[in-house]
Design a protein around this ligand. Structure first.
Ligand SMILES: [Zn+2]
Ligand SMILES: [Zn+2]
Length: 376
């Protein structure tokens, strides 16, 4: 039984400033190494917001957005061996190609395909999506999850237990894994240490929980919204910092840490100024981990080299996919969720239909959601 092309509804991005519109597109059958997935839940991550604002460049339009997805496999290509029809899967926003040197070392979060994920085509460089005029349609992160169905390479899929709710699987495919891992595997927080988390959205609250699970003695959370900070307290924040202006984060965190700063800071927002503030709020020899996406227009981090020198071993590093292979990191957070150690359902503020995806991003921009979610 071979799969055939189908017409599916998908949220297509056509240009900066234009609303995300749901269109009928033709979705080709999976190629030999690909699978077709019927989407069940897709989280509304900030990445799409950056794309829609022009802050994150992509290789082409039109393009189906959406990358934080969970669904059910309904067709597999002739060379797919480890995935079967009926499998429940999380979609990977960066493939684990298994062929490059980092993948062969098990460092799939460093896959050499990473720089290509926002160009538009499939992993093998061809297209599976076509609009009503016959124009090729790309797929963000090689997944294009805001659609009734998607076709992705087997490298963009991790199979999960069938009894897990799709909402949690979706969030674990990006925000939860990225935030949790930035703290657990990027900062490597230890019992008794002090931390700062900037940004109290889906990713930041997962970082907060990673710190709490590790036994951090002080978990300071900074955000622009008081209601999100109050939520953060239910996830393990011990202290909150409402950010009102420049210097707030550094000043208030130093005041909360007897002037020495925190052991680790995880920054889940994309501001270079905030990153510099987090650096100044971290103690000598500590670590600062950037997990948020800065706009492409950002030119530099406003830090004086003397501050770097005085950091005396203080590190500033980036963390993609939670600084660990998603083939390890996603099952890790799902396991903690299953055991009741990690809260995920509580991160979901609202759910939307596919047609409401534009409303969901307006709510995100207005700071009204911890995480929005499209349910199918
Ligand atoms: Zn994401
Ligand atoms: Zn690879």
């Amino acid at each position: 039984m071979s799969a055939q092309a189908e017409i599916v509804r998908a949220a297509v991005f056509r240009g900066v400033g234009e609303p995300l519109k749901v269109e009928n597109i033709t979705l080709d059958a999976p190629a030999a190494t690909e699978v077709r997935v019927r989407m069940k839940a897709v989280g509304m991550c900030h990445t799409e917001q950056h794309v829609m604002c022009g802050e994150l460049p992509i290789g082409m339009t039109p393009m189906v957005l959406g990358h934080e997805g969970a669904g059910i496999v309904e067709a597999v290509g002739s060379e797919v061996t480890d995935i079967v029809v009926g499998d429940h899967v999380a979609l990977l926003w960066q493939p684990a190609c298994q062929k490059c040197a980092p993948c062969k070392r098990g460092e799939h979060h460093r896959c050499e395909q990473g720089p290509k994920i926002n160009l538009g085509p499939q992993l093998n460089g061809t297209y599976r999506r076509w609009d009503s005029t016959g124009e090729a349609v790309g797929a963000l992160c090689m997944v294009g999850a805001f659609a009734e169905k998607t076709v992705v390479d087997q490298a963009s899929v991790v199979v999960v237990d069938r009894d897990l709710p799709f909402d949690a699987v979706a969030l674990c495919s990006c925000g939860v894994a990225c935030g949790f891992g930035a703290m657990a595997h990027g900062a490597k927080v230890q019992t008794g240490e002090t931390v700062l988390v900037v940004g109290a959205g889906g990713s930041g609250l997962s970082a907060v929980q990673a710190a709490a699970i590790a036994g951090a003695s002080k978990i300071i959370v900074a955000d622009l919204h008081q209601w999100k900070l109050e939520c953060a307290q239910t996830f393990g924040a011990t202290d909150i910092v409402l950010v009102g202006g420049e210097g707030d984060i550094t000043g208030k965190v130093l005041a909360l840490t007897e002037g020495v700063g925190v052991d680790h800071a995880v920054v889940c927002v994309g501001s270079a100024e905030v990153l510099a503030e987090a650096f100044r709020a971290t103690k000598v020899g500590g670590s600062v981990v950037l997990s948020g996406i800065p706009p492409v227009t950002t030119s530099h981090i406003p830090l004086h080299p003397l501050e770097v020198l005085g950091g005396n071993g203080k590190t500033l590093t980036g963390s993609l996919y939670g600084a660990i292979s998603p083939l390890v990191g996603i099952p890790e957070v799902l396991d903690k969720y299953r055991k009741g150690v990690l809260k995920i359902d509580e991160i979901i503020t609202r759910s939307y239909s596919l047609d409401e995806v534009g409303d969901g991003y307006a709510d995100l921009a207005a700071g009204e959601n911890l995480r929005g979610l499209v349910r199918f």
